[in-house]
Ligand binder design. Structure first.
Ligand code: C2O
Ligand code: CU
Ligand code: CU
Length: 457
């Protein structure tokens, strides 16, 4: 209800959606203090890689090496993690590999994986949530030949949508979670798309490709488009699905991406539809509300269409018979507390442990296949679990929703584990040896210590 904490405030949807600039190898990202008109008519202090909010969309092709230099113009340490990319240990943005204020870091990123919608953001332990919330994040799009052959909508018909909720005190962006807000995750009242509150975008009567990233620290969205438009999901975290999954609405947790085709020819010229988030849970504060995120105005007719392919890509299923190990991670309890939300205050943990920079918690063998199980059966919080350095397949969900959802039928690097659920994923570790992290992508939980190191050797 209006008046409840963190109740979303919709805007007027009369400012044009900004689109991040596109860049490629050779990019210099300078993490800096900046200003941006996130709210209409009000300038706010932000952090940015670009001068404003967020960072450029980096584009690369499979097989290429992408060079990026990071210049740290913040007053604290930072680094960049390339979320979803499979990289050598020293390029992955582990929290130990940071640049202090005034320092620089050079990244050389060999792109050895398939086309997909990846992203980048800071990963300095204890500061990740704040820096992402203040505006440090960007998309990293990889293209390859398999995808190019599909002739999917591109150019002006392909738009990146980075969704983040923001909390303000007056005109100032405010990141100051209380202990309770560290429990639930920090929730803002204004939802931004590409760094702007309540924008609109003009579309023609044809198909569009929306690459959607949930870059919020904690908010989950159940995305839908009004006017009865279907979302044809063609990809998720790790690229294209085998075939399109057509849905009316879909849950997207922090860190997850969706690659969606929408046919606006079903909406008349002059009509408007909205990207919305539907309520998804009575039991969770953030699940109770439905709200609008942005508006699409159909402003012109075009005569070309697009035929949705029935097969998108080749995905080989990892055979669970090949798994050499199964590890179970209890993500429902609080370390130093009584377990669950109801217990004594403690810290978010995995198997009762909180993050230690130099402690290796799990060791796996390069090139082998394992099943990891995230157990939130006894928990009452939402945990989007993310593993660095690998892409996995979701093979089982027990409890709660009790099924694998449409967007989980391809490669993933982040999976939503709702209260009461136990989710199993399978993966084959790459040949890159070294120490990587896995953690909850509710960034308040992560900064609170819900992250462990694992070593590939
Ligand atoms: Cu986007 Cu370690 O995460
Ligand atoms: Cu990551
Ligand atoms: Cu969590």
């Amino acid at each position: 209800m209006i008046g409840e904490p963190n109740w979303i405030v919709e805007g007027s949807f009369d400012r044009l959606l900004p689109q991040p600039a596109t860049s490629s190898t050779g990019t210099v990202l300078s993490a800096q203090f900046s200003t941006s008109e996130i709210l209409k008519g009000r300038a706010s202090q932000t952090l940015s890689y670009a001068n404003g909010l967020l960072g450029p969309t980096i584009r690369a092709n499979t097989g290429q090496t992408v060079n990026v230099s990071l210049q740290n113009n913040l007053s604290e340490e930072t680094n960049i993690h390339w979320h979803g990319l499979i990289l050598p240990e020293n390029m992955d943005g582990h929290p130990k590999d940071v640049a202090s204020s005034g320092g620089t870091l050079q990244y050389a990123l060999p792109i050895i994986q398939r086309a997909g919608t990846y992203w980048y953001h800071p990963h300095p332990h204890g500061l990740t949530a704040k820096q992402v919330f203040m505006g440090l994040a960007g998309m990293f799009i990889v293209n390859d030949e398999e995808e190019a052959a599909l002739n999917l909508p591109g150019g002006e018909f392909e738009i990146p949508l980075i969704i983040q909720d923001k909390h303000f005190e007056g005109s100032n962006l405010d990141y100051s979670p209380t202990p309770d807000e560290i429990m639930s995750g920090y929730m803002g009242e204004q939802v931004t798309v590409n760094g702007m509150h309540a924008p609109y975008f003009n579309v023609a009567t044809t198909w569009y490709r929306l690459r959607i990233l949930n870059g919020s620290t904690a908010r989950v969205y159940k995305l839908a488009i009004t006017g009865g438009l279907q979302m044809h999901i063609i990809g998720s975290d790790g690229g294209l699905l085998r075939s399109p999954e057509t849905v009316a609405e879909i849950l997207l947790g922090p860190g997850e991406r969706l690659d969606v085709l929408v046919d606006f020819s079903q909406v008349g010229v002059g009509k408007e539809v909205f990207l919305v988030s539907n309520s998804f849970s009575e039991f969770n504060v953030q699940g109770r509300q439905s709200f609008k995120l942005m508006k699409f105005k159909v402003d012109r007719a075009v005569s070309f269409g697009f035929t949705l392919p029935s097969v998108l890509s080749n995905i080989s299923v990892i055979d669970h018979m090949h798994a050499v190990n199964t590890r179970t991670f209890d993500i429902s309890a609080m370390a130093g507390g009584e377990g669950g939300h109801g217990g004594t205050m403690g810290r978010h943990s995995i198997n009762g442990r909180t993050f230690e920079m130099d402690r290796v918690d799990e060791t796996v063998a390069a090139g082998t296949t394992e099943i990891w199980e995230f157990d939130n059966m006894m928990g009452d919080e939402i945990h989007p679990m993310h593993i660095h350095g690998v892409q996995f397949q979701v093979i089982h969900r027990m409890g709660g929703r009790n099924k694998i959802i449409a967007s989980e039928k391809g490669w993933k690097d982040t999976v939503l584990v709702m209260p009461g659920e136990k989710v199993k994923v399978i993966m084959t570790f790459p040949e890159y040896t070294g120490v990587f992290v896995f953690h909850c992508h509710n960034l308040e939980h992560e900064d609170d210590g819900m992250m462990l190191n694992y070593k590939i050797e």
